[in-house]
Ligand binder design. Sequence first.
Ligand SMILES: *Cc1c(COP(=O)(O)O)cnc(C)c1O
Length: 481
Amino acid sequence: MTIERLRGELLALQAAMKPLEPDTADRAALGQQALDHALAYLDAIPGAPANNDWSDVFARRLLPEFTATGRDASDIFDYIGRCVEKPGFATTSPRFMAYIPGGGLFHSAIGDFLAAVSNKYSGFASASPGAVRLENACIAWLAEVVGYPADAAGTLTSGGSLANLTAIVAARDARDPDGGGAIYRTRFAHYCVDKALHIAGRGSAPRRIVDTDDRYRMSAKALDVLLARDRADGVKPWLVVASAGTVDTGAIDPLDEIADVCARHGAWLHVDGAYGGLFSLCAEGKALLGGIERADSVALDPHKTLFLPYGTGAVLIRDRRHLIDSFSASADYIRPLGESDVGPSPSDLSPELTRHFRALRLWLPLQLAGIDAFRAAQTEKLKLARYFHARLSAIDGFEALLPQLSVVAFRYVPPGGEDSDAFNERLQGELLREGRVMFSGTRIDGRYYLRCAILSFRTHVEHVDEAVDALVRAVTARPDD
Ligand SMILES: *Cc1c(COP(=O)(O)O)cnc(C)c1O
């Protein structure tokens, strides 16, 4: 009797949850609709602006946000197009040259789709040996790209910030478990490093700012002096954070010389290569990044320099033991499995347990497009930055810093003694409102600069020409007139 009633209730619930489980025909229809939507978005990218007005986000809100019985898919795709995909920065635009562009490879989107459909559990080798093997293959490849030994350990993170945090935790446990050790970096280190130090419980550790040379690179000599002085004063040099590509100017600290200094004084060398580290893949980049292979740890961002959609960073630790020491843990409900022949499990190498199967979005484009296409794209970006620099330098009034990677910091010096900082800040705002080409701005030692960061796989010479034209037009029109 009770069982019968319970069965009846269960069948009613099963019917009520039906929308969560579309059948074959419904899946095909929804999938086709989503694909059509995505293809239309992609087809519109070449002509679309790099920055869009956002009034629709607020004017066309869904009220209520969620309904009890769901909404029609076409209405929802339409909403996503107008109120999500369009407003704000178009990071997919070939004319998006602000911050560090990503672009978002289509192959990766397919990889994400497949990863979500099969929902393989990529935390443990025993749960999904195929997924974990593939992740380890990606890590091994990244290690090879930066010149690390084959037995280096690493993990795919959500981005560069978490990659830096993971490395800093490993460095803390390996070299400064009791605290008190000092940290060394230049004023151009990414602010996520300070955030990571704070999270890692080292927010109040002694911090030294190392001087830079005339191209904003860490002075190895100044570093050496600081480390020697600290040691003489009884302060332990713990962590040196060098940059392989700063955000402001793309500066690469002299990694080889810094590695010598760290070896001499027993400091852990961490390289923040979130922007620049993966340029090691192309010959030109590799030549610039010599010494990165000597770092104890490296943070990388495939969602920048390998053009992936946001959500993929990577951390590599030269001596695998340190990553395992910091992050492997177990619990009774999870049998300790040890390493299988597919290699270590990501859950033993990172703070995460259940996680997105990130490797597929990196592995799939490498499989389908091949490594040479990535190399060519990277070399093209480095050359485009030099091309932008050369074109701008040939125009009266523009001053551009020589790019070290694919970022060019530049400013216009208005004739007649007008305040340059105010002018350039206005110029950036003007271009942002126009929306066709997008640059970002920064201050370098107090002076306002615009930044042209070229890193989208979609950005080619025609787009750089258009960017230069937009600048010339804007300064000729004089933003304030
Ligand atoms: C982007 C960047 C970071 C932060 O990485 P996220 O992926 O944004 O978390 C850190 N350091 C440098 C040099 C960067 O360019």
